[in-house]
Design a protein around this ligand. Structure first.
Ligand SMILES: [Fe+2]
Length: 180
């Protein structure tokens, strides 16, 4: 039997109950890659016939993590942003996503303004997953029809997150479901 969503959910519960830290997240990243190798899963949740949108595949009432399918039709470049106190694991289903991590080039003392510099960039291809650890400033850049599955440590709509305007340096609070 191929590795399916139910199996992945069960593994996430087991792993995060034992180790919610970076080592546990790395285990989940590898399981997500295993799930993305299941072409039935890809077709059902991220295939060409699936209408575009953000779909909640699973939310864990006890541990708080979420599994979401980002079924995108149009290319997009997100602004740099953080996920507050939550981590996120992105697993590519179709096309690719460029994953960019940023660092503060200032001392972080101004709550309204920041200077950022890119620190790391890599391209996620189908079947591969990458982690943004908690608090990491990041952005994503993907072409048309790039679809991915994301696991977040908690519901991001419920926590304080910010995005950055690279040109002006302004820091803005993010509204629910505003970006990924
Ligand atoms: Fe994000």
């Amino acid at each position: 039997m191929s590795y399916d969503l139910d199996h992945f959910v069960s593994d996430c519960r087991t792993i995060l109950s034992r180790d919610p830290g970076p080592a546990g997240r790395e285990e989940i990243r590898l399981r997500l890659e295993h799930l993305l190798a299941n072409q039935d899963f890809i077709r059902q949740y991220c295939g060409d016939d699936v209408p575009q949108g953000l779909k909640l595949l699973y939310e864990d009432k006890d541990l708080g993590f979420q599994i979401l399918a980002h079924v995108n039709d149009k290319a997009r470049v997100s602004p740099p942003h953080d996920h507050g106190a939550s981590w996120a694991i992105y697993g590519q289903a179709t096309q690719y996503t460029d994953m960019i991590e940023w660092e503060r080039a200032d001392d972080g003392s101004d709550p309204a303004r920041a200077a950022l510099k890119p620190a790391k960039k890599y391209r996620l291809m189908p079947g591969h997953a990458g982690i943004y650890q908690d608090g990491k400033i990041h952005s994503i850049d993907y072409p048309d029809k790039a679809r991915f599955v994301r696991v977040t440590g908690t519901n991001l709509d419920k926590i304080h997150r910010v995005r950055f305007d690279v040109k002006t340096g302004e820091i803005h609070r993010m509204t629910p479901q505003q970006a990924t």
